[in-house]
Design a protein around this ligand. Sequence first.
Ligand code: SF4
Ligand code: SF4
Length: 408
Amino acid sequence: MTFPGVAFHTPGRLGRGAVLDLGLACPHSCAFCYYSFLDGGPEQFAALRRARMRDTASCIAIVRAIAANGLTHLDITGGEPTVHKGLVEIVSEAVAAGLAVRCITLGQFLLRKRDGRRLLDRLLEAGLTDLLFSLHAADADAFAATCGGSLPTLLAAMDALDARGFQYACNTVMLERNRRTLPAIARLAVSRGVYAVNFIAFNAYHAWRGMEQAAALAASYTKISPYLEEAVAILTEGRVAANIRYVPLCAFPSLAAHVVGVLGVPYDPYEWRNRCLNHDRPPAYCAEPLPIPEEGVRPVHAFSPLAEKLPDGTALCGMRGDRFKLFPAQCADCPARNACDGVDPVYLARHGASELAPIPETTAGPLLKKRLGYRPAFLVKTSPDADMRGAMGEEWGGGKKGPGGKPF
Ligand code: SF4
Ligand code: SF4
């Protein structure tokens, strides 16, 4: 059976996705936000509250250049992109340029009226292809405590989309505070029109580097593992794809087909080939796809040997880039090392290296061969009304299902 509006991205080929950063302005307060403390001050979200958005004309110039560069998918992000006054016009221009357009949002403002009409309706009318919601908790109190938003408001936006048959995806950042609720988040996703959930490991980038608060946010892979395994089983039963991003390839050995690291994501169909975090750079710079060498690893992430011990006695055998990620001694003989990111230095300092062990997996460039065989990850939404859940179900050899195996 074919599913209109669903494309299959050949596993192992570079993706053709791009990102448009509208600017960092954001009213939300996600505990893990990568732009926390960005101004160097003590107020976690001060930089987001003061940030300005890029002007609409410049955004449209970037979008047109992205399409001219041969990229086919656009993620619009921020900050919170739905606070940008020109969002509808930008989406419309991107669609006119031939791009499939997805908006990444906490979903808090979609049902608010702007110029007398709901933003969601105007975005859909402009041709928006897809939405990627942040879903970090399954109950309202935990949701509010984690990001300052309202889960009922997000669910109301999902209801409006479900009523139209418009399917969408979710991001869930895995934290100490939500690891036990990952199965509940998966059940919530299956009960709605979600076709893929990206479980994202919190890594201490930007101003989080070296901060004690960063270490407290992240749970160890061992502690996350049983809940994540249950969540992935629930999603699989519900015919929803599950991706696990930015962890060492041995972090969840039973879920290896779902794991993809920083090295591997350029081969995922939705990932960004151009630069992000570029709010003050000219359009041509923002739209340029970054070259990926034949072997798949950019020079900035090259492996180099490193023979030293960390203060806790953990012996290292190598690093990627300039200590971007570290490899403990047991990685020296790992068959998957060429495809593995290694371990975040803050994670290593907090949790040590004892849970990491070589895995007997074969690799293809910077990916596990098992990942290449996980076909649901390579289905791509190219039109607003595409039945992604139906297409996922076909990949698994059965119909789409909701909670308890009932039809969605
Ligand atoms: S919505 Fe995004 S930019 Fe805003 S606080 Fe959350 S993670 Fe940060
Ligand atoms: S290289 Fe190291 S961290 Fe990566 S999969 Fe192998 S043992 Fe695990």
